[in-house]
Design a protein around this ligand. Structure first.
Ligand SMILES: NC(=O)c1ccc[n+]([C@@H]2O[C@H](COP(=O)([O-])OP(=O)(O)OC[C@H]3O[C@@H](n4cnc5c(N)ncnc54)[C@H](OP(=O)(O)O)[C@@H]3O)[C@@H](O)[C@H]2O)c1
Length: 271
């Protein structure tokens, strides 16, 4: 049996991951996982806008990535109401469409249960969930302008394996927020599919970053963390960039509402 509509959309697989000329925003792109994704998207030919609170670090990262293509720094604090509008205004100075939005900026807070401060929930949920929602909604006009049934606009949220299974760390607000990111991903996917906007989440395992420095900078703890990962190592920049490129490209256009663990199998182990 033949299917002319699927044949019509078949292109050479060499173009499957092409992203050249697309516009992308990566929140928290100044370091860590955001910088890994920003680098991958710039190297794939996207114009990438990165945000962070610390302007100097954000500008420095954009200048570094500009060696591979186009990267523009938009320093702002997304936890402050109205910042999402400022981000959209900055992007709109050069773009009439936004093809890829990566909601990566996030924070964590660890403390023993009985000492766990309630303000941790305010801080962590504010940036990890509320700001993600606000940025996505404010970017909708630009995303809609880029969206088509054959090539949807893409929203990629960074969740965590800590939102999939109970973490060893006492980070109650963080694990709760990341479970929230995963559900919000599915809810937004349901709301936006009819407009050809896909919404997926990446749930990373351990990757080198400032957030994980407390564990990964110490050689002994690092070895212990790596030993728990079924694939036997800490995540590397290409592991994160590759998944983001997949979700942003033609290869990933039929996924929406998915939460993809990129964790070396950590979320599959017992106990
Ligand atoms: N590393 C891991 O192993 C791991 C595992 C699972 C999930 N994740 C998730 O991956 C994402 C990135 O984490 P990371 O490990 O790369 O952490 P990171 O090194 O601490 O980077 C966080 C990024 O977000 C920015 N940011 C934080 N608060 C912000 C705010 N209010 N407004 C704007 N930007 C803000 C930071 O820049 P400024 O400080 O200058 O604002 C930085 O660019 C987070 O959502 C995290 O939960 C990480």
């Amino acid at each position: 049996m033949t299917n002319s509509s699927s044949n019509a959309s078949t292109q050479p697989t060499g173009d499957m991951f092409a992203l050249s000329g697309k516009a992308a925003v990566v929140t928290g792109g100044s370091r860590g996982i955001g910088a890994m994704i920003a680098r991958g998207l710039v190297q794939a030919g996207c114009r990438v806008y990165i945000t962070a609170r610390k302007a100097e670090a954000c500008n420095a990262r954009a200048a570094e990535l500009a060696a591979f293509g186009e990267c523009i720094s938009v320093p702002l604090d997304l936890a402050v109401p109205g910042s999402a509008d400022k981000l959209v205004a900055a992007v709109s100075e050069r773009e009439s469409q936004l093809h890829i939005l990566v909601n990566n900026a996030g924070a964590t807070w660890g403390a023993p249960l009985t000492e766990y401060p309630l303000e941790a929930f305010d801080k962590v949920l504010n940036i990890n969930v509320k700001a993600l929602f606000e940025v996505t909604v404010r970017c909708l006009p630009l995303l809609r302008a880029a969206a088509s049934p054959q090539d949807p606009a893409r929203v990629i949220n960074i969740g965590s394996i800590d939102g999939l299974r109970v973490p060893a760390m006492e980070s109650y607000a963080y694990s709760t927020s990341k479970a929230g990111v995963h559900m919000l991903t599915r809810h937004l996917a349901s709301a936006l599919a009819a407009e050809s906007i896909t919404v997926n989440a990446i749930a990373p395992g351990p990757f080198d970053s400032k957030m994980m420095a407390f564990a990964l900078d110490d050689p002994q703890t690092r070895a212990a963390v790596a030993a728990r990962v079924p694939l036997g190592r800490i995540g590397e920049p290409d592991d994160m960039a590759g998944t983001a490129i997949f979700l942003a490209s033609r290869a990933g256009r039929y996924l929406t509402g998915a939460v993809i663990p990129v964790d070396g199998g950590l979320s599959t182990i017992h106990g």
